[in-house]
Design a protein around this ligand. Structure first.
Ligand code: UGA
Length: 411
């Protein structure tokens, strides 16, 4: 089949290149000329494991352009839905993309992959399509891709959710996903949208739950990882997403939880649990500062912050827990030196602090060190050259704690 994909971010690229790998012809459309040029030359415009190889392998089946002419009859919408100051999402890019497609397509299927508030596809996007065409159908097909693992997650999903308004949409989507072995659930678009929000809300709730239990475990002098090991032996709970630490970041969980809570509030419903999950997450990174203050006043001290990315194996710093930590350290008068294997260029756009080329450089004569991201290279750090060997951990990654003054956030 011939497919157009609007938006060449990690969701659009993963979706498009995976369908190309299944033998379909795929056209990427993005307003960013730089990205489009890279794809045209067979270069992955972002880092995602395995993406470069698949672009190379399927080069003759992919195309890229900045214009909406000559669209294929199957179109995936994968543009961003960033947060507004109110917590609601900014739908502008999705609406614009859908309108541009509807203007340029006689007949076909528009599939929304962007994460949108329940009701959006049927109540907002379908009416836009209907202004231009009575024939085009619409569907909602949420993604459950982790950044950095997106291709693996696309090819090996737990389930595929298809929200459709007619049989044609169901048929096309089922055919497209034939190569993937996973249960397919067919539902309406609004339910599909809610499944996405509910899934992310539940995973984020597990993390804040682990952090809340972890904060009490810390007071009691026990390790929350031992607690959760025992808890997750109950198959009804499962061990995933119970790793306590400095809280969740990234472009999805914080944004999606704010969006569902703000959207619910607009509809007159107060989501107490989701708001508590967010509140715990906001407070969590600042606990690291309190732990540090047990040992020193922060003003004028040289503090090394190791790990800037919101999780390991990415250069993405969106909503990274290291941001509120660095902000607070600066507010309290610290001299912050930071190191991250991939994310320093991005952090330079936010903080004018000292960026170091290695862990060793960041630790040299430092008064204290805070570990914020679980990068593998942080497992075996040599703290020998620190001035005071005070180490505060927001992610449980260190293998050896000998010879240092150590505090884990929840252990
Ligand atoms: C998340 C979901 O895992 C995907 O299923 C979803 O498709 C995606 O959002 C999205 O909505 O697009 P992602 O944001 O890439 O994926 O990252 P995760 O690996 O889920 O981690 C999110 C945050 O939670 C990170 O800051 C991570 O460090 C933190 N986390 C994760 C914990 O603190 N503890 C855990 O046990 C797991």
């Amino acid at each position: 089949m011939d497919i157009s994909v609007i938006g060449a971010g990690y969701v659009g690229l993963t979706t498009g290149i995976s369908f190309a790998e299944f033998g379909n012809k795929v056209k990427f459309i993005d307003i960013d000329e730089n990205k489009i040029n890279k794809i045209k030359h067979g270069i992955a415009p972002i880092y995602e494991e395995g993406l470069q190889e698949l672009i190379k392998k399927n080069f003759d089946r992919i195309n890229a352009t900045t214009n909406y002419e000559n669209l294929d009859s199957i179109v995936f919408i994968c543009v961003g839905t960033p947060s507004l100051p109110t917590g609601l999402i900014n739908l502008q890019y999705v609406k614009q993309a859908v309108e541009n497609v509807a203007k340029n397509l006689d007949d076909g299927l528009i599939i929304i992959k962007s994460t949108v508030f329940p009701g959006t596809t049927e109540k907002i996007l379908l009416p836009i399509v209907r202004k231009y065409s009575d024939k085009i159908s619409i569907a909602m097909n949420p993604e459950f891709l982790r950044e950095g693992m997106a291709l693996h997650d696309f090819m090996n999903p737990d389930r595929i959710i298809i929200g459709v308004i007619d049989e044609r949409g169901e048929k096309i989507l089922k055919k497209l996903y034939t190569p993937i072995k996973a249960p397919i659930m067919v539902t309406n678009p609004t339910t599909a949208e809610m499944i996405k929000y509910a899934s992310n809300s539940f995973l984020a709730t597990k993390i804040s739950f682990a952090n809340e239990i972890g904060n009490l475990a810390k007071i009691l002098g026990i390790d929350v990882y031992d607690v959760m090991k025992g808890v997750s032996m109950d198959h009804r709970i499962s061990p995933y997403f119970l790793n306590a630490g400095a809280g969740f970041g990234g472009s999805c969980f914080p944004k999606d939880l704010r969006a569902i809570a703000s959207g619910a509030k607009k509809l007159g419903y107060d989501m107490k649990l989701i708001n508590a999950v967010l509140e715990i997450n906001d407070e969590q990174p600042l606990r690291l500062i309190k732990l540090l203050e047990k040992y020193m006043s922060i003003e004028g001290k040289e503090i090394a912050v190791l790990g800037l990315a919101f999780k390991a194996n990415t250069d993405d710093i969106r909503e990274s827990r290291s941001i509120p930590v660095i902000k607070e350290l600066i507010k309290k008068g610290a001299n912050v030196r930071a190191y991250d294997p991939m994310a320093m260029e991005n952090m330079k756009k936010i903080f004018d602090i000292k960026y170091c080329n290695s862990v060793e450089e960041a630790l040299m004569n430092a008064d204290a060190c805070i570990i914020m991201t679980d990068w593998k290279e942080f497992e075996d750090i040599d703290f020998r050259n620190m001035k005071n060997k005070i180490v505060i951990e927001g992610r449980k990654i260190l293998k050896n704690r000998e010879g240092i003054i150590y505090e884990g956030i929840c252990w």
